[in-house]
Design a protein around this ligand. Structure first.
Ligand code: 4AD
Ligand code: MG
Length: 481
């Protein structure tokens, strides 16, 4: 390799050494100072050109976005905020960038504008930092599980299973839907399809994960999942990544312990591994905060917020107790909620979740034992309470500023109970034969959960729109590349 990466050079002590750098121009000041970035770090290296002895036409081509190669001597820098810089002896342009046409200017662009040019936004400091944090979090997830002897199981993307009930699915078919083969009763005949039945993109790897957990004990999946819900929110994507561990012989409490340990571990990992990037994002947020009225500014900065989560126990509270808290909060804070929780059994709206997490407990909250009717069929049923109310051993983890970060449960291991529940919600037994075998042969208590990876990245980067933490967001309006 001819060149050295900038991250390495910035840490180098070898003053006087001849070095070669290849990267892209961020700014060019006074016909003399080039800020070069090569993606290895959010920091630029400054290359100082001897402009009196450099060809003028060559200097004109040093424009924002151009790719170049610089050879020179590493010298101690007199400038603020940088230890070293390069005294250029050789400069060549590898790829021009027409300043009239290149959309990124050497100034701060809005996130909205950058979303419009998502194909170029990697080239900004903010997105460099965000995707470095995403990268470190993904590595930390794998390291956490590998170190604890969990098996990384790759579950299918195309599946015939549609039993999660998590949302609308994207259908996958090779049939010509403008002229599909029909059954005798006039419906589309998916038996004629390549897969011989109707298939979709997976909404979750859980059910396949359960099969593996009943052999390996502890497994996890970590891959893309798809929901065709048309929800244009800052927390939903049509394609998102999910981390789904599944553990044999784990009960709900073990499940909660593992989820809390995982989240703290990966956040702490990012704090250390990406200290530069998180510092950059923290300062970016502090800048943003300045434009807000004092009362709306957050008490903690990004780093303090992350450290707080790592250092404090999550609050654990049942759905039933949470509803009581929400009801009590009503009389003295009129119009606190658009949707009042009057009835036990209603699903919590995001405003309720925010109240619990941000106003009441002021920390991450694990909500457990939800009403059976609002949760998936596979969750383990509790004994009915004194007034006959039915709950399941579910757990959702709610985070400040994010809402639901994790959804999980202990699973119903009893075949009879599971079959009854499936019949009640209308899931045909014959379609789930493969899944039911886990309960027919050596059934055992087991549990698992799913972490929305982008929501985790949102929290750690302090960003507020989920479209800004996945390289190529798939939302109802976004699918160009
Ligand atoms: O709560 P969900 O739907 O749970 C499951 O899919 C279970 N099978 C998980 C399991 O037990 N193995 O989704 C889990 C998490 C949510 O808590 C949320 O963080 C995230 O996935 N999520 C989304 N993230 C982005 N966009 C969407 N449309 C999401 N839907 C869910
Ligand atoms: Mg959920």
């Amino acid at each position: 390799m001819e060149h050295t990466r900038i991250k390495q050079l910035l840490q180098s002590e070898e003053i006087g050494k001849e070095v070669i750098v290849k990267g892209w121009v961020r700014t060019f000041r006074n016909n003399q100072f080039i800020a070069i970035n090569d993606g290895s770090t959010i920091h630029n290296i400054q290359a100082v050109v001897d402009f009196e002895n450099t060809d003028e036409t060559l200097l004109k081509r040093v424009t924002t976005g151009a790719a170049l190669r610089v050879k020179g001597t590493l010298v101690a820098s007199l400038g603020k905020g940088q230890r070293v810089e390069i005294k250029v002896t050789e400069l060549s342009i590898l790829g021009d960038s027409d300043p009239e046409k290149f959309p990124l200017q050497p100034k701060k662009h809005s996130l909205e504008f950058l979303r419009e040019i998502a194909h170029l936004r990697f080239r900004t400091g903010t997105f460099n930092a965000i995707f470095k944090v995403r990268n470190a979090l993904a590595f930390a997830v794998n390291k956490f599980f590998y170190d604890r002897d969990f098996v990384y199981m790759h579950t299918p993307i195309i599946t015939g299973s549609d039993a999660e009930g998590a949302g609308e699915m994207f259908r996958v078919t090779t049939l010509d839907l403008s002229n599909p083969p029909k059954t005798e009763t006039g419906e589309i005949d998916f038996k004629e399809d390549f897969f011989g039945k109707s298939t979709n993109l997976t909404v979750s790897g859980q059910l396949e994960g359960e099969l593996a957990a009943m052999a390996f004990g502890n497994i996890y999946t970590f891959g893309p999942t798809f929901r065709a819900e048309n929800s244009n929110t800052t927390r939903h994507l049509a394609e998102f990544w999910m981390i789904e561990p599944e553990m044999a012989f784990y009960e709900l409490e073990d499940n909660m312990d593992l989820a809390e340990e995982l989240l703290k571990y990966v956040i702490n990992y990012a704090l250390t591994a990406c200290s530069d990037e998180i510092e950059f994002l923290r300062n970016r947020l502090l800048e943003e905060e300045k434009s807000k009225p004092q009362a709306e500014r957050s008490e903690l900065d990004l780093v303090e917020k992350l450290q707080f989560v790592v250092q404090n126990e999550f609050e654990r509270v049942t759905y039933t107790d949470a509803v009581e808290i929400l009801k009590r909060s009503k009389p003295n804070q009129k119009k606190q909620f658009k949707y009042l929780i009057e009835e036990w059994g209603a699903d919590l709206q995001s405003e309720h979740e925010r109240y619990l997490v941000e106003k009441h407990f002021k920390k991450p909250v694990i909500l457990t034992d939800y009403p059976r009717e609002i949760k998936s069929f596979y969750m383990k049923q509790n004994e009915p309470d004194a007034s006959g109310r039915q709950t399941v051993r579910a757990m959702d983890i709610l985070f400040p500023g994010i809402g639901e970060m994790v959804g999980g449960s202990q699973r119903e291991e009893n075949l009879e109970k599971l079959l009854t529940r499936m019949a009640e919600v209308g899931i045909p037994e014959e379609e789930m034969d493969w899944f039911l075998d886990t309960r027919r042969f050596g059934s055992a208590p087991h549990s698992g959960f799913g972490v929305g990876f982008e929501r985790l990245v949102l929290f750690v980067t302090g960003m507020t729109n989920i479209r800004d933490v996945i390289p190529f967001p798939r939302t109802p309006k976004n699918a160009e590349f």
